[in-house]
Design a protein around this ligand. Sequence first.
Ligand SMILES: Cc1ncc(COP(=O)(O)O)c(C=O)c1O
Length: 363
Amino acid sequence: MVGEKKPPVHGGTVFQTAAELGVPVAEIRDFSANINPLGLPSRARTALTRALDHLQHYPEMYADSLIRQIAATGGHPASGILAGNGSTELIYLLVRVLKPKTSLIIAPAFTEYQRAVKLYGGGVNFCQTLSGNDFIPQSQEIIKALDDKPDLLFMGNPNNPTGSLLAPEELCLVLEAARRRGTTCVVDEAFIDFVEGDSSMESRLENFENLVVLRSLTKIYSLAGLRCGYLLAHAGLVAELRRHQEPWNVNSLAIAAAREALADRAFIEESRRFIAGERDFLFRELSRISALRLFPSRANYLLMKLDSRYSARKLSDFLRRRHRLLIRLCPDFAGLDDSYLRVAVKDRAHNQVLVKGMEDFFA
Ligand SMILES: Cc1ncc(COP(=O)(O)O)c(C=O)c1O
C-alpha cells in the first residue's frame, strides 16, 4: 500500500492536552473540534443509560433498527442506507470498495478523503477554492476539473475547514456533469444540520445514481466519542459496501443514542438558532482584531487568516498555555498554510474567553 507516512492531524486532542498540562479534561476549552456546544440531547442521554443494561448482548449486526428509522423519517428505502462507526469508517469503506484510480477533492477539505484514497493506491487531484471568493466552490471550476474523468469526487457541503456552502442547484450541475463522465460524487454533509434552510442533497438521491450523501452524528449531537454516521446511496452500491463491512460495526450504545437523537427534530432547530447567534457574536468580536481576516461561514466554525506579522502556531501555543484553549492550525489542509486557523463556535461564556485570549495575544 502507498498511503501517507505521517499520522493524521486532527483537532479535539483534549485527552492528550489535559495529560500534558496536568489538568482535568473538563478544564480544556476545545475550539479545535467543531462539536455542538448544546451537548447531547437529554433523551439520547437517557437512552444511553438504559442501553447499559443490555451490554451483554451483541448489537444488531448492521444497526438495522437505526437504518429503518432513518428510512422512515427521510422517506428513503432502507436498502439505500448504511450505518458506520462514525462517517470516517464509511469514507474508508467507500474507497476500499470503489478502488478509485483517480479522485478529485474540492479543497481545502477534511483530510481523511485524501488519506483514504492514497492508502489504497489512488491518485488525488485538487480543485482549489480561493480565498478571494471566500472559498466558495465554483460549480464551473469543478465541472472543468471533471474533464479528467476522476473515478471519485469528494466534497464537504458545508465544507470543512472553510464553512462555505454550494447551493443544491449548483451541486446538481456538478452531479450531472459527473454522471456523464462516470464519476461517483461523495457529498459529505457532516455539518449540514447547522445550516439554516434545506441544503441537503438527500432529496436528490432519486435523480442521481452517482450520488453518495455522507452524514455524521458526531457534530450536531455532540457524540464524537460514541462514533456514529451513515450514508445514503443507491441500493446497488449500498449492497456492495455492506458485503465488505464487518458485522457489529456500530455498538449498541451508539445505536440507542442515535435513534433518540435523530427523533428530536426540535433539537436541530434550537441548535441552528443558537449557533447562528453565537457565530455572529464571534465573527463581530474577532473582526475587531485588525490582524485577522475572517471568512464567512454557514457552519459552526470560522476560518481566519493572520496577517504576516504573526504566527498562528505562536498564537495557538499562547492560548493553550495561558487559557487551556485549543484552536485548529491549518497547514495540513491543501491550499492553506501556517497563517490560517479555524475555531469552533461554542457557547457565549467560552466564546468570550476565546475573544479575550485572542485580544491578549494581539495586545
Ligand atoms: C467534513 C467531515 N466529515 C467527516 C468527519 C468525520 O466525522 P465522524 O466523527 O462521523 O467520523 C469530519 C470530522 O471532523 C468532518 O469534518
